[in-house]
Design a binder for this molecule. Sequence first.
Ligand code: DC
Length: 224
Amino acid sequence: MGFVVAVDGPAGSGKGTITKLVGEKRNLVYIDTGAMYRCVTLDCINNNVSYTDIPGIEKVLEKISIELKNENGIQKVYLNGKDVSEEIRKKYIDDDVSEYAAIKQVRDKITPMQQEMGKKQDIIMEGRDICTVVFPNADVKIFLDCSVEERARRRVLQNQLKGIESTYEEVLENIVGREKLNSTRDIAPFVRAEDAILIDSTNMTIEEVVDRVLEIIDEKRKQN
Ligand code: DC
């Protein structure tokens, strides 16, 4: 088993940016698990399989191949051999991903793939159920929180940088709706693990959060 840092947090909490930077600084392979649920969503949509069609989803899952590759410091996502890194960030995926991610068959497929990734390398993995289900015995467990208003504000800014038009109201509605679905689903709901260290990033800069996470990791490594 490698050294495992597990980070859970809601959309817009900054966990993608932060875990990527921490990974680079401490030589941990960065794994964005949301990207894997986004791949399942894209594959199903491409095959006209709705989230109510469980047999159809099972068929898609039988053949699916998802690869997360680090190319010159950038994480690239390959679905069935094709680079879908940009496609999976589009709004139509945002809109449906929580529905597909709530399905037992989907999680039963994805969770062991994630556990496998922590066996052979040192990793920092971010998602919604990493501290609770995927790696409950991770060396370091962090819950990255942030107020919903600040998360919406950050997402609008991110969208602007990407040239995507969005209003604060629609982004707020989307994140509130998505996270409600994620938190209330039956399987692997998005909750804070009791023993995860809470960091509230609402009034912190990225650098401050990164420094805090590095401190926690370094402290743990000293003990090992
Ligand atoms: O982090 P993200 O927004 O890219 O995640 C996309 C969706 O995938 C999110 O709505 C919830 C789901 N997800 C999940 O259920 N479990 C994870 N470990 C990661 C993401």
